[in-house]
Write a protein that binds this ligand. Structure first.
Ligand code: MTE
Ligand code: MO
Length: 350
């Protein structure tokens, strides 16, 4: 038996998978090819007896069936999800549970009802600060069985584009993606999108459960007046990232194709660099930039590729001037989560 790999890690590996990068030929990832991440197990929820409870600091607690939720105003949007652990394989190659360099990502067409509308109807009471979303799946944490849960600040729950989704790519959610209902917070890392929702609890206290307070935290250094200060932050919105997914021959040129991931902030530019050459502008596909929360595709025509090995890398800049960092620039980040560093790829030209 491989040493150092626990049963828990192996079980996690067995029930999760990444998205094959070949699936990028579809703007919307077909079901079954979208990445999958479940920390515990897939619960079996009976949709006839299932109800969503909205309670806590609300004047009018709500208890809603799936049909009642479906009858409410709905929105549909193409949203890209990325696990905050995407890229873990780069820094922790021995870990098998998330052996992902780039593949913990997928885009789906989600349909559901806005969270804000439900909270308005329930009428939030004074003193409320957080909205806690709890799933049906459970695991033993701290010696006791607990449910998977995550909270959102009240402002985000109201102002953001969060929905309670019951449909993906035109069909009811499949069991592995959260049937019958999941939270979807567009522009936020995957961990926020609580699957198999059972309860929405409005509260004053900060939620400090495992997947909010102990896991899915980033430790990063910041140099202030020549001194490194360490800062721990919670996972929230997607960090600006791009990578090259494919290089193909096109006559005597080569076509370089890649994608951009971010929180919905408009993109200013994507550039590609070959070996130690200058950064060259790539072209963003206008059809994909139209969808605020979906990945953006780019391409670059590579002329005059010489036979042999080459290194290609992309970097993206958004309209606020934020630039995708290099691995060296991210070295002050101690935890593997939120790795949005540039991703150089080697290609062999024959
Ligand atoms: N209830 C519940 N929700 C969950 C999880 C989970 O384990 N249980 N995993 C989270 C994580 S870490 C990610 S990255 C996304 C993955 O969603 P997907 O499996 O539909 O791609 O779901 C999130 N929601
Ligand atoms: Mo995740």
């Amino acid at each position: 038996m491989a040493e150092g790999i626990s049963l828990e890690e192996l079980q996690l590996a067995a029930r999760n998978h990444g998205m094959p990068l070949e699936a990028l030929r579809w703007d919307v990832t077909p079901i079954g090819l979208h990445y999958l991440l479940t920390h515990y197990d897939i619960p079996d929820v009976d949709p006839t007896s299932w109800r969503l409870e909205i309670d806590g600091l609300v004047e009018r607690p709500l208890s809603l069936s799936l049909d009642e939720l479906r009858a409410r105003p709905s929105v549909e949007a193409a949203v890209t999800m990325e696990c905050a652990g995407n890229g873990r394989a780069r820094v922790e190659p021995h870990v098998v549970s998330q052996p992902w360099l780039l593949e913990a990502v997928g885009t789906a067409q989600w349909r559901g009802t806005p969270v804000a509308g439900l909270l308005e109807e329930a009428r939030i009471e004074d003193g409320a600060a957080e909205v806690l979303f709890t799933g049906f799946d459970r695991g033993v944490e701290g010696g006791e069985e607990q449910a998977y849960a995550r909270s959102l600040p009240l402002d985000e729950a109201f102002a953001g584009d969060a929905i309670l989704a019951y449909e993906v790519n035109g069909v009811p959610l499949p069991p592995q993606h959260g049937f019958p209902l999941r939270l979807l917070v567009p522009g936020w890392y995957g961990v926020s999108n609580v699957k198999w929702l059972s309860e929405i609890h409005v509260q004053e206290d900060r939620y400090l459960g495992k997947y909010q307070a102990r896991w899915y935290r980033t430790l990063k250094g910041e140099t202030v007046n020549g001194e490194v200060k360490w800062k721990e932050t919670a996972i929230s919105t997607l960090h600006l990232k791009s990578f090259i997914a494919r290089v193909s021959r096109d006559g005597n040129r080569h076509k370089v194709f890649g994608i951009v991931l971010n929180d919905g902030t408009p993109i200013k530019s994507v550039e590609v660099r070959v070996d130690d050459g200058p950064w060259q502008p790539a072209t963003l596909d206008p059809a994909t930039t139209a969808n605020k929360y979906s990945w953006k595709q780019f391409n670059y025509t590579w002329n005059g590729a010489t036979p042999g090995e080459h290194t290609l890398v992309s970097r993206v800049t958004d309209v606020t001037g934020k630039v995708q960092p290099t691995t060296e620039e991210l070295e002050v980040k101690k935890t593997f989560l939120e790795d949005n560093s540039q991703h150089p790829r080697k290609v062999m030209i024959s």
